[in-house]
Design a protein around this ligand. Structure first.
Ligand SMILES: [Zn+2]
Ligand SMILES: [Zn+2]
Length: 397
């Protein structure tokens, strides 16, 4: 017992011996790993020796999203950097710009999770950026969901070592060389083959740049109006969800639709989905960008052509901003679910018309007279059933 106590005191007293300066847009985990290497330690060991006893359990969590004021304070004290400088490396600084307040341990949809069983991309990177770095390091923007490609180098980000297919996990690095060396097989990640983006994909790069600009200045210009970036990024997640749910959405004028179809087809066929899913995500980002362009025409056509109702744009999404609700109310009228509003009077008249012509009165025939779909138009279905029920009751009497 006594020994353990002494150890704890020893940890608390110890200052860091080498303190690398944080690089522009550097992730906290990247800076900490670089510092661990300076101390000739792996990240978990460095944590346990210098920061806290449960070091390895902390490094197993998502350090970049962890909100731990005590940890920030300790890091600041031991590194002599200000708390602000430490906090700046955490993804939490994007709260209010990229995502709304989130008290959960896991990042919101705007930020890629480090372990995602579905698409595997955890920590992603641009091999060419790493190659240009004097000191290779990992950027915060590489974890943003919209950031699938590097606009500077015109290539898709990648999420693994292409020799051994291991994903990128800074806390697993034992070699203590540089961050850009695979922890598993020690291949230099800078040497990875890069997936160049062909010229027809330039639309997607434009999308990434647009979102990046909006995030950095805190607002987007939509229809000549300044819109808070967080509203746009929240809507981004709803639109992406709606787009992804459609097998192939109908998007007239979207320049990458053929490519998208091709990728979706291949994804169904092949087992190796690694690079393809990144490409798919990249096109999805540009689809959302497309919806915000030519405002409100593209968004309106998207809802009409894909039979998306007002409810689908709003139901089940958390924390809808007032701006988003207004936008949807304006573009997709509440009752105008498929084409137009239908009144009870209209349905009654259609029934009368069928009866007077001696035709069968059923849901399908009445809809044909009214001029709407007999099962999809929810307003019609409701009116028809209520009339039908009343009618049956009258008959029974
Ligand atoms: Zn790059
Ligand atoms: Zn490897």
């Amino acid at each position: 017992m006594a020994k353990r106590k002494r150890n704890r005191d020893w940890i608390q007293d110890y200052f860091f011996l080498f303190i690398p300066s944080p690089l522009p847009d550097e992730l906290l985990s990247s800076w900490l790993t670089r510092m661990a290497f300076e101390h000739k330690r792996t990240l978990p060991l460095f944590f346990s020796l210098f920061i806290r006893h449960d070091g390895s359990s902390t490094t197993r969590t998502d350090l970049d999203f962890l909100f731990d004021e005590k940890l920030f304070k300790t890091l600041s004290q031991k590194s002599e950097l200000s708390i602000k400088e430490i906090y700046q490396m955490s993804l939490r600084t994007e709260e209010g710009q990229l995502f709304t307040c989130n008290d959960s341990l896991y990042p919101p949809l705007q930020i890629r999770k480090l372990t995602d069983k579905r698409n595997h991309n955890g920590l992603m990177y641009c091999p060419k950026c790493l190659k240009e770095d004097k000191i290779p390091y990992f950027r915060k923007k590489w974890r943003y969901d919209f950031y699938n490609a590097c606009p500077k180098h015109g290539i898709l980000l990648t999420d693994r070592c292409w020799r051994c297919y291991s994903k990128i996990e800074l806390s697993k690095i034992k070699h203590q060389k540089e961050l850009c060396i695979c922890y598993n097989c020690e291949k230099d990640l800078r040497e990875n083959i890069t997936i160049a983006i062909s010229s027809n994909y330039s639309y997607g790069l434009k999308a990434v740049k647009w979102f990046e600009k909006g995030l950095s200045r805190g607002y987007f210009l939509i229809n000549k109006q300044k819109i808070k970036s967080v509203f746009v990024f929240d809507s981004f997640t709803y639109f992406r969800f709606l787009l992804k749910r459609k097998d192939i959405p109908i998007l007239d004028g979207f320049p990458l639709l053929e490519e998208y179809k091709e990728i979706c087809k291949k994804l169904k066929r092949y087992n190796s989905k690694k690079a393809l899913s990144i490409k798919k995500e990249f096109i999805l980002t540009s689809m959302v960008y497309f919806l915000f362009q030519n405002y409100p025409k593209n968004l309106k056509l998207f809802s009409i052509n894909n039979n998306l109702t007002h409810r689908e744009f709003t139901h089940g999404f958390k924390n809808l901003s007032f701006w988003y609700k207004e936008l949807i109310n304006e573009i997709i009228p509440m009752e105008n679910k498929l084409g137009r509003e239908i009144s009870e009077e209209e349905v009654k008249n259609a029934i009368k018309y069928l009866e007077s012509n001696g035709e069968v009165v059923n849901q399908k025939n009445v809809a044909a007279v009214v001029g709407c779909h007999f099962t999809i138009h929810k307003g019609y279905v409701k009116i028809y059933h209520s009339l039908h029920d009343r009618h049956v009751k009258i008959k029974d009497d």
